[in-house]
Ligand binder design. Structure first.
Ligand SMILES: [Zn+2]
Length: 131
């Protein structure tokens, strides 16, 4: 049990570090264009480039905001249900290595595939159940 507490502490530390990293990169929430207002409407090419940069930035922000949300949820699970942390929230299987790579995952590979609508993942899960 002491070992379990240690690994929970390790995951918490990793989650906090990941969150700090995302937050340190700033601009998680969408901000209006940072272009100098005096330049807006000037060079058409530049304006197009600004728009493109904004699209890219907002796409990147969406990914990071999603990760941030998952990290927050993982930290919450760690606090509220430490004994269930590291288990698939769907089937209760230990997440194992998957959790080492992505400490904020909730589902095992099989359940993730099933949720993504992949029939292959569903079949594999059933095969495993009967083994
Ligand atoms: Zn599962």
């Amino acid at each position: 049990m002491a070992e379990n507490a240690t690994s929970l502490g390790k995951f918490r530390a990793r989650l906090l570090a990941m969150r700090a990293e995302i937050l340190s990169q700033g601009d998680v929430s969408l901000e209006p264009s940072r272009a100098d207002p005096s330049q807006v409407g000037g060079d058409e090419d530049e304006q197009a480039l600004n728009e493109m940069n904004q699209v890219i930035a907002s796409r990147r922000n969406r990914v990071r905001t999603g990760d941030l949300g998952r990290i927050q949820l993982a930290l919450k699970r760690l606090d509220e249900n430490p004994h269930e942390f590291g288990l698939c929230s769907e089937c209760g299987e230990p997440l194992g290595r998957r959790l080492e790579l992505l400490p904020f995952v909730e589902l095992c590979v099989e359940c993730q595939h099933a949720q993504d609508g992949s029939p292959k993942g569903r079949n594999r899960r059933h095969l495993r159940d009967f083994r």
